[in-house]
Design a protein around this ligand. Sequence first.
Ligand code: GCU
Length: 592
Amino acid sequence: MKQIVIFALIIFVATGIYAENPGSFAMQNIYSRNTTSLNGSWQSIIDPTNNGEWRQVWKEPVIENNHQFFEYSFDGGPTLNVPGDFNSQLPELKFYESTIWYRRHFNLEPETGKRYFLHFGAVNYKAKVYLNEEEIGTHEGGFTPFQFEISNKVKPGQNTIVVWVNNRRSKDGVPAEGYDWLNYGGITRDVHLVTTNQTYIDDYFIQLKKGSKNEVDGWIKLNGQQKSQTIKISIPELNRELSVRTNPDGHAKVNFAADFDLWTPENPKLYEVIIEAESDKITDRIGFRSIEVDGTQVLLNGEAIFMKAINIHEENPFTEARAASVADNKILLDWAKELGCNMVRLSHYPHNEMMVRMAEEMGLMVWSEIPVYQHINFENPQTVELMNHMLREMIHRDKNRCAVVIWSVSNETYSSPARDKANIGMANICREMDPARLVSKAFSNQSYRNNTFDVWDTLTCHFDVLSINEYIGWYIPWQGEPSDIKWNFVCEKPLFISEFGGESHYGSNHGPKHMAAYWSDEYLENIYKNQVKMFDATPNLVGVCPWLLVDYRSTSRLHPVYQSGWNRKGLISDKGMKKKAWHIMHDYFMRK
Ligand code: GCU
């Protein structure tokens, strides 16, 4: 027995998955739960050389004699707002990439028969959580929720949470060391104390069956001792109600038909869905639509659709911070609607859950992506295990969001057998977990010579939509008339141009009008004019997605006059001003 325990421990440690129980996922739909918000002002210790680990700062310093002292304290130190990145909260943390310790207390009178969980919307990048001086779990990955059950660890009265947060980049991380956005660290999303009954509704999947417009093919899963329960699912607006019985594993399939008003961007219809077990009740707002590929077309509810998309980073340019509130989300999604979009690519990582829910309410389809970005160490099995886990966490959280039409498993990774194997593996995970959605990834290794685009990467054949990032006119000059461009595809698929564009410094008049070297607005306007000419002559095109909505912060953009730490590819400047190119894109979307 002992050997088995040791073996299991080695496996757990070896996989490097930072979660209390590898494979355990945060409960579905946190917003419908019995929660106490733990948002607000947390105490903190800034610990750039990670001294706090050996000083054990999660332990309350207790002075027992007049010779004793402790070289740390939360009391008297800086406070940080949660949710929110720490980089934007203190000037000395602007580019900080190391350890911050967070602490807060909460009071509780635990009730018999109740269960208690700590639920984190996300912590970037690694987290280690302590409750009342005991480590309760760890998590790796900066953009997906996680939870720890604390039912046997909470005590009556004051309880204390300490969270070790570290946003240092790592060559084996996901993302790895090189990425073109600000590495906002911290407890960047909501934190909740969740109270449930002994058996609660842990997870559910209520979406249309692949290819159907009226049949739901889903399931419900209970967590707790009382696994066999009768569960009632109702949609009051449709006067639809059915009951199922969970099996001894707490699982029940859910199949029913209804005459749904299908979700579309023009009519983003959501229904109140009530799931009532004997010991728990959840309500959610769920939309029903079908998304599929037919030859080189994408069909929404059986009709060909053109995806008028825009790339968005999760950043409020005015506060220069990670978007962490409904108000932040609304700024970005309102801009997307104003541009004429029916879709957003939430680059390059899962955004906060309210962003996805708001997009759904506003009639914006969503491309949702994990940060398997460019230089990833696909040769490291732990890294591959981590990206698979992150993918499962993303799908787990948003699988009931009908607005999500594409799961993307990576962005611009470079050809290698290990890369292909990992990406094909992730595509398979998507299809196992969620057969009704499309799967893609953004490619960038196509070649452009003699005004011919050669999409040669055979990995494209493994995805439903062939998505490519191209920057003709910016990183590579045109080699002929945009409308004469020729395309070669290794696979006939719907083509989505998932990134294109260039930079400009809003209102730039530093040098000759049409010169890239001066970040000229007119130069960028010209790129967009030529790109639109190319789109009109491109076969199989099912959508375009400019890079990107608004200028955003990136530590890799070093020009002191035109960039000063900002990537200037926004159609809107960091001050909210529309660039000339914005109007070219708006006109194109209006006529599509
Ligand atoms: C790449 C990448 C983006 C990056 C962009 C750029 O395509 O996907 O994350 O910001 O190019 O060069 O600005």
